[in-house]
Design a protein around this ligand. Structure first.
Ligand SMILES: Nc1ncnc2c1ncn2[C@@H]1O[C@H](COP(=O)(O)OP(=O)(O)OP(=O)(O)O)[C@@H](O)[C@H]1O
Ligand SMILES: O=P(O)(O)OC[C@H]1O[C@H](OP(=O)(O)OP(=O)(O)O)[C@H](O)[C@@H]1O
Ligand SMILES: [Mg+2]
Length: 293
């Protein structure tokens, strides 16, 4: 039985459970449930604080977990990323009151509030800042400067709205670029990355990772169908090369061919514009729910 950690609350919780549901796994119906058994797929899900998930997976108690890359790094637990999940994008940055040009070197001797002290201490050391005081807070870090406990912060930035609301500006390079990730124990004898077909646990982990990869892929791509005049096929294939090669099917009219190819979701409209300009007709774009490539 595979044991998998899922965020029980916060930014990643909804998207993580939706992705697992889309991948065919049973998820909780009751917000307070801490475990869900999926006997059909032989997986037990544990709903844990996102911050704690790398610790459980790193200890080997749980086989896989979904958490944020920044949280996994901050934990210091021996975990490795198996898959990037395409949600929960954020950056982790220094910020300080607007109105002057800040540099990381200016943090020398200053108080820096953060919920990620390990990431901050490592980054300060990398910049040669040795005398800054790191103040650990659990959340709502942006307000700590106005409440007088810090001179600067290092925090997660999504849209940037919270920083603006508190009169702060981000500065310095991104300390970390994060997204939701599937993790496993770094030196796991049955790691997905070193898939050993003889090991049941490796096969189970690979199956879950493969299903999630299918959903991630399906969210990033769309299926494009169109009809193309025979004499324009070469140009059309250049516009829609597909992943390997587009599918071509004859139409009743021998002058025309039906073409089917996957396109990146963010490029779909541009591709349609180019196909129409070329002379293609009946262009249809549809969602892909899941796939295995
Ligand atoms: N506003 C945001 N936009 C994008 N990603 C975010 C945002 N806030 C947090 N994250 C990401 O979500 C993950 C978990 O953070 P989250 O805030 O959900 O946990 P938490 O701070 O431990 O919990 P809570 O905020 O409920 O106390 C981290 O990887 C973080 O980078
Ligand atoms: O750039 P934005 O889109 O404004 O998002 C950034 C904010 O979102 C997160 O807070 P969260 O809601 O998780 O609360 P927390 O600070 O208590 O963790 C993060 O810690 C920032 O405060
Ligand atoms: Mg938070």
């Amino acid at each position: 039985m595979l044991r998998v950690a899922v965020p029980n609350k916060g930014t990643l919780a909804g998207a993580a459970s939706e992705m697992l549901t889309e991948a065919g796994y049973r998820q909780r119906h009751e917000q307070r449930d801490l475990t869900v058994l999926d006997p059909v797929n032989e997986v037990e899900f544990f709903f844990l604080r996102p911050k704690d998930i790398a610790i459980y997976v790193g200890s080997g108690e749980l086989d896989l977990g979904i958490t944020g890359r920044d949280l996994a790094l901050e934990s210091g637990a021996p975990v490795a990323e198996t898959l990037s999940l395409g949600f929960g994008f954020s950056t982790f940055r220094y910020a300080a009151p607007a109105g002057r040009e800040w540099k990381v070197g200016d943090l020398e001797g200053k108080r820096i509030a953060t919920a990620y002290p390990r990431l901050v201490r490592t980054d300060l050391a990398r910049h040669g800042v040795t005398a800054a005081e790191v103040i650990r807070l659990d959340g709502a870090v942006e307000i700590s400067i106005q409440l007088g406990v810090a001179d600067a912060v290092a925090d997660v930035v999504g849209s940037g709205r919270t920083l603006r609301q508190h009169g702060l500006v981000a500065f310095g390079d991104e300390i970390c670029r994060s997204e939701g990730v599937l993790i496993e124990r770094a030196d796991s004898p049955a790691a997905v990355s070193t898939l050993d077909p003889a090991s049941g646990s490796a096969a189970e982990k690979a199956q879950l990772a493969g299903r999630l990869q299918g959903v991630v892929f399906a969210q990033q791509y769309m299926m494009l169908d169109y009809n193309c005049p025979q004499d324009l096929l070469d140009a059309a294939v250049e516009i829609t090369p597909g992943l390997d090669s587009p599918t071509m099917s004859p139409l009743a009219d021998p002058q025309w061919v039906a073409v089917r190819a996957m396109v990146a979701r963010k490029e779909a409209n541009l591709v349609m514009d180019r196909l129409i300009a070329l002379g293609a007709k009946a262009i249809l774009v549809s969602d892909i729910r899941s796939c295995r490539l």
